[in-house]
Design a protein. Sequence first.
Length: 455
Amino acid sequence: MTAGNLPRLGRSVSPAANAPIRIVHLGLGAFHRSHQAWYTQHAGDAGEWGIASFTGRRPDAADVLAAQDGLFTVVERSDAGDSFEVVGSIVEAVDGANVDRLVELVASSGTAVVTLTITEAAYGLGADDVPLLVSGKQPATPLGRLVLGLAARRDADVGPLAVVSCDNLSDNGNVAKEGVLGIARAYDTGLADWIEANVSFVSTSVDRITPRTTEADLDAVAASCGYQDDAPVVTEPFHNWVLSGDFPAGRPRWEDAGAAFVDDIEPYENRKLWLLNGAHSILAYSGQLRGHTTVAEALADAVCRDAVEEFWEEASRHLPGDELGIPEYRAALLERFGNSRIAHHLAQIAMDASTKLRMRALPVLRAEREAGRSGAGAATMIAVWAAFVAGNPGLQDPQSDAVAEANRLSGVERTAALVALLDTGLAGDPAVVELIQELSAGFASVVPAKTGTAA
């Protein structure tokens, strides 16, 4: 039987009761489904916590999920094989352009939590939404739309809620708070005051590698499960979620699925941002420069792996505390990155570099320089990006025009212009710029290895 002849996944194929909507999510994508939706499914009180998920730029994911009654398959993939689970915690999938429905749900007395996976770059947007809000028009950005929803919640007088950022930003709860309050203050100072008094902003560290789904993945689900699922997600068995903050209207028992609630999240954020995400950035650019396409391929290349290990040595010096388990975390990362059956594509990781590198490379580079060391490991992360964008000018980046302008320069001037997009202070330090320039030239001159092979 071919996939086209199989029944479509839905609640008639996999019966599941719709939980009441108590969570609103912005950023319906693969990671949200493999992480927050998966954790909610595995909470002991999952039957009380349904999610309404809104897409970001495009409606496609909502259209596909809506046709499947919100159900999708999580495929946990390891070298030992695949396991399959139908997740039903998303009870409503909505086009993000449907702002009226978002406002209605945020203003509902049943809604207790708003979660966000809107990408790091989205937190810098929203200023253009203020005149739209003032004129009564619908805002265009996720935070602008959330502000409109919070205004409706204030007017409905239905009590407080929590906003939970699940994006790879240091202190992401406060970043979300400042983004929301910045829009609210410019729109309605009374609303900003209400948000400060009634909305908690929870910081989190999230971790689960979730590559893009392929046609082969759809075929694998059909062959193994006996139904057609147009929205499966493939992920690794590992998962981690650390949260810090208050939930004034309640929350699911995510700890039943392994989530941890801590008073101080910064060390956990840094561990993940530097060791996992920082390594990803190094592999994304150095790996592609050397002809690789996936994380596993790049890690098998001694040049790329050595660059990661050097950066890890630097970063680990600034991650104190035995409770972080840094040696074990690094060993687990090598195993996870080396999972050859998770095709985590370097091109996917490489996007939005100017936002990501500020959080992944700069804190370690500054700390190493302040300690009197060169910071060559952290500088390498910037250097391989500089080498990569020289030959890939169309890379998606919130500062793509400025990257293109820098690329019109050459030598140290070009490197300084690129570093200035990350930090003007470092760009004014000749020693840092020269170090990055030297490291970048070394990678740019490397003869690419054959894709898929170790060098």
